[in-house]
Design a protein around this ligand. Structure first.
Ligand code: UD1
Ligand code: UDP
Length: 368
């Protein structure tokens, strides 16, 4: 029986890997082992609980205000024993976090084949997003199985010299997750609070935005909120204390902005589905929002998700206060501009990505 191990550690990896865990566990020809690094703690556990996934291993690496050195060193040292003990036929990692990169590196040291879920996303700017662009490029060098979400991501890998027989266009498991969460009859006290107003949904956390860029983002949001009394904003805040301090400094004191604790993925998807527009620097939200037909102002200078821009639902607005202020205001005040962005498009698959990946793992074999 082929042994497949999945390793993940942060919220977005968990949201996109848990549906795959479930699918793999349903396959009799596969033995599934789950290891979480615990790079995130509360935000990871929230997802494990919703999907009812119980890891076989938990490396519990998270530290308050952890640096890239902390995460890298702790995962590398702790995962070695797990990989040596389990010796999986293939180890699946997801996307571009430090958990992803370090696990792939450890697999390489032990010559364990790596399968990369969400492979081939690129900005080709090594510092944006940071350190994610490096992480995903580095994983691509050594991965034996590359599950590309779109044709465009496959083309990136081919251009870099990956062998075509190691790449499959599968869609993104984010859509598999999204198909199970959004409900017509969903209610939540925060949505009751926002009734009668246009609801803005906000998230922000990127490492390269910490500091001045994040302050500028928040200042722009605050100014637009002050200008528009008919608008309310819901901001489930990341647990990073640096993000929390900046938000507290720039956004407190406006009773139409509610900063709340991170919501579970079920609430998050439903809140996004009920919002008027979304402001974010998140990667995953750029994949989910086009499906929901929600305009997104992406507060970043680059994106590895050009499919959403091409579909018209995402707009890159950078991190400068004046640009965000102008673009956010325009979407609130100009119905034509809003309508041009608010239409459902789904470049990321049909919700059957996990089945495809499981089929490939059951049947396929590949060389690096
Ligand atoms: C990480 C990933 C990033 C991903 C993001 C998703 C890296 C280098 N970064 O960034 O690619 O987009 O997760 O959210 O892999 N914290 C808690 N509890 C939690 C989670 C975080 O308290 O459940 C706090 C801790 O103080 C921690 C800090 O947030 O030190 C930052 O977490 P970290 O994983 O280092 O970086 P993220 O910005 O979350
Ligand atoms: N999300 C969530 N609760 C929140 C905020 C976000 O469940 O309070 C979900 C969101 O729907 C998406 C994922 O978390 O699926 C994105 O995670 P994040 O922005 O932390 O990371 P990124 O995608 O940027 O790596």
């Amino acid at each position: 029986m082929k042994k497949v191990m999945l390793v993940f550690g942060t919220r977005p990896e968990a949201i996109k890997m848990c549906p795959l865990v479930k699918e793999l566990q349903s396959r009799k020809a596969l033995q599934t082992v789950v290891c979480v690094t615990g790079q995130h703690r509360q935000m990871l556990d929230q997802v494990l609980e919703i999907f009812d996934v119980h890891p076989d291993y938990d490396l519990s690496v998270m530290q308050d205000k952890q640096t890239l050195f902390d995460i890298t060193a702790n995962i590398l040292l702790r995962i070695r024993e797990v990989l040596e003990q389990e010796r999986p036929d293939v180890c699946l990692v997801h996307g571009d976090t430090s958990t992803t990169f370090v696990t792939a590196l450890a697999c390489f040291y032990l010559q364990i084949p790596v399968g990369h879920v969400e492979a081939g996303l690129r900005t080709y700017d090594i510092y944006s997003p940071y350190p994610e662009e490096f992480n995903r490029q580095a994983v691509s060098i050594l991965s034996a199985y590359n599950f590309a979400p779109t044709e465009r991501s496959k083309q990136n890998l081919l251009r870099e010299g990956k062998k075509p027989e190691t790449i499959w266009v599968t869609g993104n498991t984010a859509i598999d997750a999204l198909k199970t969460t959004v409900r017509e009859d969903y209610t939540h006290p925060e949505l009751d609070w926002a009734k009668g107003s246009r609801l803005i949904f906000i998230t922000a956390h990127r490492r390269e935005n910490l500091g001045e860029p994040m302050h500028q983002m928040f200042r722009a949001i605050r100014r637009v909120m002050d200008d528009h009394p008919d608008v309310k904003a819901l901001y489930p805040i990341h647990m990073n204390p640096v993000v929390r301090k900046a938000a507290e400094e720039e956004l407190s004191g406006c009773d139409r902005i509610r900063i709340i604790e991170p919501v579970n993925v079920f609430d998050c998807h439903n809140m996004m589905a009920r919002s008027f527009l979304i402001l974010t620097d998140s990667g995953g939200i750029q994949e989910e929002a086009p499906s929901l037909g929600k305009p997104v102002l992406v507060m970043r200078d680059t994106t590895e998700r050009p499919e959403g821009i091409a579909a018209g639902t995402l707009k890159l607005v950078g991190t400068e206060e004046e640009t965000i202020y102008r673009e956010f205001t325009a979407l609130l005040d100009d119905p034509q501009q809003y309508r041009a962005m608010a239409h459902a498009a789904n470049p990321y698959g049909d919700g059957h990505t996990c089945e495809r990946i499981a089929d490939i793992l059951e049947k396929g074999s590949t060389e690096i």
